[in-house]
Design a protein around this ligand. Structure first.
Ligand code: ATP
Ligand code: MG
Length: 676
């Protein structure tokens, strides 16, 4: 039995036994001799200086196995006691001795001051089959506790090292490696190397050569030299570095941690832990990439926005400048009728342009905030497309651009938002016109395709030009807000870069799709698809009604408007058709006037935003007083609050109609005729 202090005794030297025992016995709690045939027990040594907590038995009283059991088992927990009883069974002792003639068992006593451990050594006397046995009892509490502590520590190391591919200790003096833990993959791959070559220097060279992509900058390169590694660890306590482990095609990031091991100030060596950090590394990289992309995008968006503001400022100032400039010129040329008319038409077209710009910006803002609804109304597609083509024909001709259009539509009457559809085609044709130089060509084509669903047809619209085209890089951002391609050749073209962004978003809302093919210098082709419900052909044939202006003559209108200029324009338009206009500059004035004599007014045109009292409140007060008089004066909102929800708000306040500014004069007259 390795590590056992007692040598096997034999019968011939029995007289020596006592000598041996005397030398060794100071360490033993007790030593007895057992006769396996008779069961007689004779004490050989008791050491009372090694004490258990309660010593009630004296050596002389122990003469049988029973008394030995009582003595040794005193204070033992039941389970341990049972084990001891079994161990002291004579037959069992005989069997256990059989093989080697010696064996040991350890038992635990739980005392008031903690646990004690005793080791029982059975040593056969003479040769097998043994008749006599010497039993020694040794206090191993300290050793046992240290063992338990060790086991606990190694468990902790194991638990902590789960993440590590390998953990090893390298002894400073010899460079010898002891591997504490190695993942299966490490053992499979390097197991043989680790068993044959056990010195750091031998292993690392082979390893680095085979599996590491080394450049002189890599830390692992310099740590191939054990002394360098030692010196650095000695100084810093911990050295940590990362390297790329390459195996065939695969490359993974490994991190190495080297920790100094010291005892009582003596440097013993280092523990090296190797961890696979590829996944962590990848995750980090991905997160970093995501962040970078987000940052780039944010930067790009903010650049586009400042470009937009710059362009907007320019784009608004240009027509504004024209309006003010021509207005002042007109003032100087009142006597030259021809010049005056020319200036006025320029003022009007600049105004129209400005309005278009403002509408685009507002549209975009509303689309972005989800406030635009696609309406469903009966639309004659053929009529709609022809109207647009007719409008563009003049502009194309003016720029000497050949304009070809083809409509292959079978089902002309469909349900869709006509205004939005027009806006889409307008943007595309407008671009083709803008970005095709003089003498170029523009094609417009609409094709109807049958769809798999009855009652639905698919319409393909193609707008193609042989103009300046777009770079591939730009095409990636084509449908983003405020994007315009920077090109010297088109500095003259007006625009804000909203047209296509709006087009795309409107098509999204209509469940449509749009694609673009373009080559710089060759031209551009936009194709969009929408699927629309087909309607009966006769629903849409509404006749445009003629309006009879004479009906307005002599009608009395109260014009409520705080802005002097707007009031003047409206007054002139109304008086032009023979209406009698009374003016009010805000809601309170209007309420007073109607309160005094409502019968002198046929209809009210009401601005919404006004000082003191706005149009909604004024209307509510008027409607309230009417509850008593049982009258109803028609009130038409005429306001720059032009959106659908503004209209609803006006009607909710009790108004009868809503007209958006800038005012479409024909629409205004129509409503006045209908209501007054
Ligand atoms: P607006 O808001 O007034 O429409 P815009 O025409 O500049 O201004 P978009 O219609 O959104 O804006 O077009 C964005 C950009 O795409 C244009 O500035 C132009 O650079 C490019 N582009 C669009 N259509 C064409 C085309 N047919 N040929 C060449 N470039 C085009
Ligand atoms: Mg455009």
């Amino acid at each position: 039995m390795a590590g056992n202090n007692l040598v096997q005794l034999n019968n011939e030297n029995e007289h020596d036994i006592m000598d041996v025992i005397n030398v060794l016995s100071t360490k033993y709690y007790c030593i007895v001799r057992i006769n396996l045939d008779s069961g007689e027990v004779s004490p050989m040594h008791f050491n009372t200086s090694i004490s258990v907590e309660s010593e009630i038995y004296v050596a002389e009283q122990i003469d049988s196995m029973d008394s030995l059991l009582t003595f040794l088992g005193f204070g033992m927990a039941e389970e341990e006691y049972n084990r001891l009883e079994e161990t002291l069974d004579l037959d069992n002792i005989r069997i256990d001795l059989w093989d080697e003639g010696v064996y040991e068992r350890t038992f635990k006593w739980s005392g008031m001051n903690g646990d004690y451990y005793y080791r029982l050594n059975f040593i056969g006397v003479g040769e097998a089959p043994y008749n006599n046995v010497v039993l020694t009892v040794l206090d191993v509490t300290e050793r046992r506790l240290a063992e338990i502590e060790n086991r606990k520590n190694s468990r902790i190391v194991e638990a902590l090292s789960d993440d590590f591919l390998a953990i090893m200790f390298v002894e400073a003096e010899t460079q010898n490696i002891r591997v504490y833990r190695a993942a299966k993959e490490v053992l499979d791959r390097y197991g043989s190397a680790l068993t044959t070559q056990k010195r750091y220097g031998d292993i690392i060279d082979v390893y680095v050569e085979r599996c590491v992509k080394v450049s002189k900058e890599d830390a692992i390169y310099k740590y191939r030299d054990f002394n360098t590694l030692m010196e650095e660890v000695k100084e810093k306590g911990i050295v940590s570095f990362v390297y790329n482990r390459v195996l065939g095609e695969e490359s993974r990031q490994y991190r190495v941690k080297v920790v100094k091991i010291e005892e009582n100030g003596e440097f013993l060596g280092v523990v090296i832990g190797i961890k696979d950090v590829e996944d962590e590394f990848r995750k980090d990289k991905e997160t970093q990439e995501l962040l970078q992309n987000a940052l780039d995008e944010a930067k790009h968006a903010s650049e586009s926005k400042s470009n937009f503001l710059f362009n907007m400022s320019h784009d608004i100032r240009t027509p504004m400048n024209a309006i003010l400039g021509f207005a002042s010129l007109a003032g100087k040329e009142v006597d030259d009728r021809e010049k005056l008319l020319d200036y006025l038409s320029k003022i009007e077209s600049s105004g129209q342009h400005l309005l278009g710009l403002i509408n685009d910006v507002l549209d975009m803002a509303r689309i972005e905030s989800g406030k635009i609804d696609i309406r469903k109304e009966v639309v004659n597609l053929e009529q709609l497309f022809n109207e647009i083509v007719d409008m563009f024909r003049l502009d194309m001709e003016a720029k000497n651009i050949t304009f070809e259009s083809t409509l292959n539509i079978n089902n002309k009457i469909v349900e869709t938002d006509g205004l939005r559809l027009k806006q889409i085609v307008f943007n595309l044709l407008g671009n083709a016109l803008k970005y095709t130089p003089e003498g170029g060509k523009v094609w417009f084509e609409v094709n109807e395709h049958p769809s798999d669903k009855p009652g639905i047809a698919s319409y393909e619209t193609v707008v193609r030009d042989n103009g300046i085209g777009m770079s591939e890089e730009f095409q990636k951002h084509l449908f983003e807000l405020f994007e315009r391609e920077d090109r010297a050749s088109v500095t003259g073209a007006q625009g804000t870069g909203l047209g296509l962004a709006i087009t795309k978003r409107l098509l999204d809302l209509m469940n449509g799709t749009i694609q673009c093919k373009s080559t710089v210098g060759e031209g551009t082709e936009f194709t969009y698809f929408v699927r629309l419900s087909i309607c009966d052909a006769d629903i849409a044939d509404e006749e445009e009604e003629e309006i009879d202006m004479s009906l307005l003559k002599g009608k009395r209108v109260l014009l409520v408007e705080d802005n002097d200029l707007n009031r003047e324009i409206a007054k002139t338009l109304l008086e032009d058709v023979g209406m009698i206009v009374t003016e009010a500059t805000d809601g309170t004035v209007a309420v007073d006037m109607i309160g005094e004599d409502s019968s002198s007014i046929d209809v009210v045109l009401m601005d919404i935003q006004m000082p003191y009292m706005d149009g909604y409140q004024a209307t509510r007060i008027i409607r309230n007083t009417e509850l008593r008089t049982m009258e109803h004066i028609p009130i038409i909102a005429m306001t720059a609050n032009a959106f659908a929800e503004d209209k609803k708000k006006a009607l909710d306040a009790g108004m009868d109609a809503h007209i958006a500014k800038p005012v479409d004069i024909t629409e205004l007259y129509k409503e006045l005729i209908r209501l007054s």
